[in-house]
Design a protein. Structure first.
Length: 195
């Protein structure tokens, strides 16, 4: 089973997280940040990962610590669950449309944390959510999971749609990259023999 449980407690957040890569897309999310709950629910659905998450954070300050620390915890869970990466596809990509928005996402489970985020979001807030936290989440995840993540907005004008399409595209590309490829017969997909 490719799964992981993470407990992360700091002076700013207390996070409990369970991730199952070979799931069906079920989720129970209580991040303390309503918009992030919505994004992580659709992340689980579109990646086909099962995700349980609870976070108690200092949202009386703002949502930054909760969003970033959840990215760190989810990235750590993914890294643990994917293990030695034997037999995985390694790469995943999609160009995902959502109404007027079009997002390109490409993932390489490379062992090297890198984010290239070119997703202009017109509004500073969606509801009470600071839209700049979208990049902070993906930065925290990609660094901690040690994968290369490219997100690029090809078209879009509605901030909600742009962020939602980015999370859906990320979920689809990551789910594809994490899939076990039967043709590899357990080999690590690298000429170096390790990722």
């Amino acid at each position: 089973m490719r799964n992981a449980e993470i407990e992360r407690k700091t002076a700013e957040t207390n996070i409990s997280l369970e991730l199952e890569l070979d799931g069906t897309g079920k989720s129970e999310i209580n991040s303390g940040v309503g918009f992030l709950d919505h994004m992580l629910t659709l992340f689980a659905k579109h990646s086909r990962f099962d995700l349980r998450l609870s976070c108690e954070g200092d949202t009386c300050v703002d949502d930054h610590h909760s969003v970033e620390d959840i990215g760190i915890a989810l990235g750590a869970a993914f890294k643990k669950a994917i293990g030695g990466k034997a037999g995985i596809r390694r790469y995943g990509s999609i160009i995902l449309p959502m109404d007027e928005t079009l997002i390109l996402c490409a993932v390489d489970i490379s062992g090297r944390g890198e984010l290239r985020f070119n997703v202009p979001i017109p509004a500073a807030k969606v509801g009470t959510f600071d839209t700049e936290l979208c990049e902070e989440f993906f930065k925290a995840f990609s660094r901690t999971a040690e994968l290369t993540l490219h997100l690029r907005e090809l078209d879009g004008s509605n901030s909600h749609h742009i962020i939602e399409a980015a999370f859906k595209a990320f979920a689809r590309a990551l789910g594809e990259a994490a899939e076990v490829d039967p043709r590899l017969m357990g080999e690590v997909p690298s000429t170096k023999g390790v990722l």
